[in-house]
Design a protein around this ligand. Structure first.
Ligand SMILES: [Zn+2]
Ligand SMILES: [Zn+2]
Ligand SMILES: [Zn+2]
Length: 720
C-alpha cells in the first residue's frame, strides 16, 4: 500500500466494532462501502473518515475561531493520510431551522432575491376604494432626466413647477404656510387651488385657510411659473433643483391645458407617478428576505401569522341580544364587569338609535364593523371604542396573568391580514418579473414547483440591459433547478418546509446544493442515498454521484442497494457479519474482484448464489380490524381513501413524491398520535380515521440517526 496523492490511507481504525482495520481508498472516485447492517460500514465512513476530516478542519482554524466550536474527540484511528476536506450529506441534519424551505436550503432563494433586486420592476401597490391595485411600474428619474422631459414639451407651453410639502395630512397647517412664506415663496397650491401666501397669512387665526379639521389636506409650494423655451433651460433647471430639494425628491409640474392644469408627477425616488406615497428606496436583496427586519411584513414580523382577537370567538352566537351577553368577553367575567360594559352597549345602541335587545345578526354591516372595530357614526363626533380595541388595550394594560390568559381564549392564530401569509412587506411583494405573459412576485415564484419555476425562469422577459446583469444569476438558478429535476424532485414546491421532507428528499436537496457549489477536491460522505428513492430515480442519482467524482471529488457512499454497488468504481465490503462478528474489511476492489471473492456475503448476493427467500406461505390478510383513512389531503394527496390491515406487514410504495411520506408520516402518524392522546383528529389532514381502537401503541421507527453516545443501544433508543 504505497501512499501517493491519489489515495486516502486509513491505518488502525478501531471505532465501535472495527477491528483495527487498515485500508487505502482511491481518491476522486465513486466508492461504495457496503456490508450487512451493523457490520461497521457507518463506523468506517462517518465515525472514522468524516469525523477525522472534521477534526482536521477544526485544527486548521485559528484558536479564536475554535473557541466557538465544540471540541471534537479524535476518532479511534491511528492515522488517516491523504484525506481531503470532508462534507457529510446525511439523511437528516441536526438543528433544523423551522423557517428553512427548499428554496432557502438550495440557495435558490438567495439568487431569486438578487434577481428581484437587480432585474425586476417594482409596481405600485395603491389600492383604490373599489379594491383595484394600481400596478403602474414604479420608476426613478434623475433631476437631469426630469429637465430633459420638461424641455421636450412644445415651445411656449406654460407650466408651474411645484414641490409637494404636505401630502394627505389632517391639520390647519399654518406653520407650513409661514415657513414657505419666510423662505420667499409667494404662492402655494392647497387641495388643488392656488392661493397667495401673503394674503392668506394676513388672517391671524390658527386656520387661515379655513380647512376642515378632520379632512386630509395636500399642499404644494409653487416654485416657479415658466414658459418652455430653449433659452429658459438654465432657469428651469434651477427651479427643478429647488423643487426636488423642498419636495424631498418629488416634483409636481402643472401644464396649462386650455382652462385647466394637467398634473405631471416626477420623483427622484422609486415612486408611482400617480401615487407618490407609494415609493421605495433603491431595491436591495434584503428587501426580499422575511428573516431580515427590513424585508419582513411589519404586522407579523415575517411569521405570516398573527395571534389576534377573533370576532368569531368574541361574538360566537349572532342570535343573542346585545344586552344578554352577545359579546362574550364583555359579559362572562362577573357582575361588576357586566354593569360596566352594559353602559358601553347602551351608549353604542343610543348612537345608532337601536334597542339594546337587538342581536348582532340584526345589525347592518356598518354597525357591526363599528361595534367590533370602533369609530363614529357618520356626521357625529361621538366616538365608540370598539370591542377589539378595548380588548387589545386591556390585554396590554393588565398586570394579571389570569386576566391575560382569560383574554387569550378570545384570540386565535390567523393568517396575517397585512401580508396574507406571504411574510414580506408590501413593497417587496409588489416587485415583479415578467415571464410567459404573467407578472411574478418573489412569493409567487416560490409557490411554484421546481419544474414550474424552471419553465418560468427559462422564459423570463428582460431588456437587453437587464439580461446582461441577470445572466450569471439565472445561470445559478437554472443549474440548481435542473439538477433537482434530474434527481426526481421536480414535484416539490420551492416553499415546502424542510422539516416536512422525507429523509431521501432532504438528502438529495443538500446534494443539489453541493453540486451547485461546484467545489472540487472534496470528500463527500453519504449514507444510503437510495433510501426512499423509487427504482426509477436510481439512475439519475447515480449520474449525479458519478458527476461529482468526475469533476474531482471523492464520493464515499454507505449503501446496500445492488444497482449502486454494481456501478461503483471501487467497492469496500465490511463484515462479514454484524457487531462482534463484523468490523473487518472482507474485500475491496472493482466489482469484478468482489464477485470472485469466496467469503464476501455481498459477493454471494450480487452473483446470485444467495438470495432473500420470499416466504412460501403468506399470512392471511384480514380487513376486519383495519385502520381506514378517508379523504387524506396533505401535500399532494388527492382525497385518498386507504385501508391498512392490522397484524401483518404492509408496504406502502410509489415513486418519489407520490405521497408515501405524506400519507404515513403526516396523516397516519399524526392522527393516530392525536387520538391516542385523547385529542380529536386534525380535519385539515383527512376527513376521518377509523379502527385506531384495535391498536395499543404506535412506535415510529424513522431515519433519524441513533444518538451516537456509547450507552445508546437499539433498546434505549426505541424506548421499548
Ligand atoms: Zn399608483
Ligand atoms: Zn404579515
Ligand atoms: Zn457471525
Amino acid at each position: 500500500m504505497a501512499t501517493d496523492a491519489k489515495t486516502i490511507r486509513v491505518i488502525g481504525a478501531a471505532e465501535h466494532n472495527l477491528k483495527s482495520v487498515s485500508l487505502s481508498i482511491p481518491r476522486d472516485e465513486f466508492v461504495v462501502i457496503t456490508g450487512v447492517s451493523g457490520s461497521g460500514k457507518s463506523s468506517l465512513a462517518f465515525d472514522t473518515i468524516f469525523a477525522e476530516g472534521q477534526r482536521k478542519y477544526m485544527e486548521s482554524l485559528s484558536s479564536y475561531a475554535r473557541q466557538f466550536l465544540n471540541q471534537m474527540d479524535k476518532p479511534n484511528v491511528e492515522s488517516i493520510e491523504g484525506l481531503p476536506p470532508t462534507i457529510a450529506i446525511a439523511q437528516r441534519s441536526s438543528g433544523h431551522n423551522p423557517r428553512s424551505t427548499v428554496a432557502t436550503t438550495t440557495e435558490i432563494y438567495d439568487y431569486l432575491r438578487l434577481l428581484m433586486a437587480r432585474c425586476a420592476t417594482p409596481r405600485c401597490w395603491h389600492l383604490s376604494s373599489k379594491g383595484e391595485v394600481c400596478g403602474l411600474p414604479i420608476q426613478s428619474t434623475t433631476v437631469t432626466q426630469i429637465i430633459d422631459v420638461l424641455m421636450s414639451f412644445k415651445t411656449g407651453t406654460r407650466m408651474m413647477i411645484c414641490a409637494p410639502v404636505v401630502t394627505g395630512k389632517k391639520g390647519y397647517h399654518r406653520t407650513v404656510l409661514e415657513s414657505l412664506r419666510s423662505e420667499g415663496f409667494v404662492r402655494a397650491r392647497v387641495n388643488g387651488g392656488i392661493v397667495d401666501l401673503r394674503e392668506v397669512l394676513l388672517n391671524e387665526s390658527d386656520n387661515p385657510l379655513g380647512l376642515g379639521r378632520y379632512e386630509m389636506h395636500t399642499i404644494e409650494a409653487v416654485i416657479d411659473r415658466i414658459v418652455i423655451d430653449e433659452d429658459q433651460r438654465e432657469r428651469i433647471a434651477d427651479s427643478v433643483e429647488v423643487a426636488v430639494k423642498l419636495g424631498e425628491g418629488s416634483l409636481l409640474v402643472l401644464e396649462e391645458d386650455g382652462s385647466h392644469w394637467k398634473e405631471h408627477v416626477y420623483s427622484e425616488h422609486f415612486a408611482c407617478s400617480k401615487h407618490p406615497e407609494c415609493n421605495l428606496p433603491e431595491l436591495e436583496p434584503r428587501l426580499f428576505s422575511f428573516n431580515s427586519h427590513y424585508g419582513a411584513c411589519r404586522k407579523c414580523d415575517g411569521l405570516g401569522s398573527v395571534h389576534e382577537f377573533d370576532p368569531a370567538l368574541i361574538i360566537p352566537d349572532h342570535t343573542v341580544p346585545l344586552n344578554k351577553g352577545a359579546i362574550v368577553p364583555w359579559h362572562a367575567y362577573g357582575p361588576a364587569m357586566r354593569r360596566k360594559y352594559g353602559r358601553k352597549i347602551r351608549k353604542f345602541c343610543d348612537m345608532h338609535g337601536i334597542d339594546t335587545t337587538t342581536t348582532f345578526g340584526e345589525l347592518n354591516k356598518k354597525q357591526r364593523m363599528m361595534l367590533v372595530e370602533g369609530g363614529s357614526p357618520k356626521g357625529s363626533r361621538a366616538k365608540f371604542e370598539g370591542v377589539i380595541p378595548n380588548l387589545q388595550r386591556r390585554f396590554k394594560q393588565t398586570e394579571s396573568d389570569h386576566v391575560r390568559s382569560w383574554l387569550m381564549t378570545c384570540m386565535t392564530h390567523m393568517q396575517c391580514p397585512s401580508c396574507l401569509g406571504e411574510r414580506l412587506r408590501i413593497e417587496a411583494r409588489s416587485v415583479t418579473v415578467e415571464s410567459t405573459g404573467r407578472h411574478y412576485s418573489i412569493t409567487q415564484l416560490t409557490s411554484l414547483t421546481i419544474a414550474e419555476l424552471l419553465d418560468v425562469v427559462n422564459a423570463i422577459e428582460l431588456t437587453s440591459e437587464q439580461s446582461a446583469i441577470a445572466e450569471p444569476i439565472l445561470k445559478e438558478i437554472k443549474s440548481r433547478l435542473t439538477f433537482l429535476v434530474s434527481v426526481g424532485l421536480d414535484y416539490l414546491s420551492l416553499n415546502r418546509t424542510s422539516s416536512t421532507l422525507s429523509g431521501g428528499e432532504s438528502q438529495r436537496i443538500r446534494l443539489a446544493t453541493q453540486v451547485g457549489s461546484g467545489l472540487v477536491g472534496v470528500c463527500y460522505v453519504l449514507d444510503e442515498p437510495t433510501i426512499g428513492l423509487h427504482a426509477r430515480d436510481n439512475e439519475r442519482l447515480l449520474k449525479t454521484l458519478h458527476h461529482l467524482s468526475t469533476i474531482g471529488n471523492t464520493v464515499l457512499v454507505v449503501e446496500h442497494d445492488e444497482e449502486i454497488i454494481r456501478s461503483a468504481d471501487h467497492i469496500v465490503d465490511v463484515g462479514p457479519h454484524a457487531g462482534l462478528h463484523g468490523g473487518n474489511i472482507v474485500c475491496q476492489g472493482s466489482l469484478a474482484k468482489i464477485l470472485k471473492h469466496k467469503q464476501s456475503l455481498t459477493s454471494k448476493y450480487l452473483n446470485g448464489s444467495l438470495t432473500i427467500p420470499s416466504p412460501d406461505k403468506r399470512r392471511g390478510v384480514s380487513f376486519v380490524d383495519a385502520i381506514s383513512i378517508s379523504k387524506a389531503i396533505q401535500n399532494n394527496l388527492k382525497q385518498v381513501d386507504v385501508e391498512l390491515p392490522l397484524n401483518v406487514l404492509t408496504c406502502i410504495t410509489g415513486v418519489s413524491g407520490s405521497g408515501k411520506s405524506s400519507l404515513v408520516n403526516q396523516v397516519l402518524l399524526k392522527q393516530v398520535t392525536r387520538v391516542m392522546k385523547g385529542e380529536t383528529i386534525d380535519s385539515s389532514l383527512c376527513a376521518s380515521v377509523k379502527g385506531i381502537e384495535h391498536i395499543d401503541r404506535l412506535i415510529e421507527v424513522d431515519q433519524s440517526p441513533i444518538g451516537r453516545t456509547p450507552r445508546s443501544n437499539p433498546a434505549t433508543y426505541t424506548g421499548i
